[in-house]
Ligand binder design. Sequence first.
Ligand SMILES: Cc1ncc(COP(=O)(O)O)c(C=O)c1O
Length: 434
Amino acid sequence: MNLGITRRSFIKTSSAVVAGLAATKFAPTDTLAAQGGAKTVTVSPQKIAALTRWPRYGAAEKNRLHELIDSNKFYEELPLFEQEWQDYTKAPFVKCHVNGSAALTSMYFALDLPAGSEVMVPTYTFFSACLAMRFSNLVPVFIDIDPKTGCFDLDDAKRKLTPKVKAVEAMHSWGLPCEMDLICDWAKEKGLVPLEDCAHAHGASMKGKKMGNWGQMAIYSFQASKVMPSVEGGMGMYQTREYYERAFAFGHYEAPAKFAKDSPVRAYEGTGFGQKYRMHPFAAAVARMQLKGLDAMNALVEKNVRALNDRLTQLPGVAEPRCRPDQKRAYYHANMLMIDFKKAGCTRDALVKALAAEGVRASFWDYPQQHTLKIYSEAKWWHHPPKIPEKMPGCEYVNANHIFLPLFYGEATELIDQYAKAFEKVWAKRSKLA
Ligand SMILES: Cc1ncc(COP(=O)(O)O)c(C=O)c1O
């Protein structure tokens, strides 16, 4: 499979490699640490722990929490957060929810589709992106991911379109935007509602438009591991008043009274539609402070990723998920590299072990493929049984051919140089790894 880099990243990387090579001191004859040689990474474990610690809360979060507790006006924090998120993303309508899963359940409810309608979702995703639709009697159609990006495979969606499919939801894996322009064009042509799961992609955009504004509705999660963490929390983004009002009223019984007299949702004052999904005001306080630092943190993380990957992607067979020049990605959880291990001439286990011996924290993780999990194969949970595909080649490829390197959340020049040297050293001897 061709995991080629873009022209732009090639130009960027080719100049960086010159600088990278100049900085490299290791000689190809150096013995691997795994075989008794010197360990390449010498930055102290304490310093590395400080650079990789996530989430990161500080004085701003603590002060705001104290102010909020003293104010006794807890719920006023929610509209403040919503207003700031709306200013940041330029979404026509937003509503915060207790978590991203609640935002998903509300979003599927807001679609207001006939029971048994189908919604396309990537199988490479979090369970609630698929299961939340069950409560609105919707059924998932599992779509593969593109092995070059790890994101929604539009060609697979085109193959799997049925008359029952009414909506298509794309998830921006690890912070990389899906090609929402192409997905939205296709959805429009076929009369489908495009939706986005932006749980990994805070601050990411495409063609200058923040993710979450491409689909008719979208969700974000602010769970503790996320790019903008508030321990728990979620946000829905809506392009129309109708979607906003239905999604809002699903889990917020106080919502209908706020709507104009002509709103079809207004009549449900006092009940809403059955859930209570209010975000915790303490979480909103933390989220507000995190939002203030989001762009600066994303820029620092990206700078560090570039400094490392511009060197590593010069190594034959090491690539990044493809990012288009008009996409601005975020980085969630890790710096994911794609390595075709069949072509590389070593196993992933051996590579990770050799890197660990050098002091590089490399790892990998099989993202659960939702369609393989028990609940989707049992008809009793569903309006009609979801179709379980036999194979998802894109998912299988990405799960088997990636490694994760840590993200660095501080100035890390020395550590990045050592990581690059360690990787270059191990890569040069990869065919000899046990
Ligand atoms: C892709 C994706 N969608 C949705 C969610 C749900 O968010 P939450 O954990 O806030 O419910 C997550 C959480 O991990 C996720 O990774």
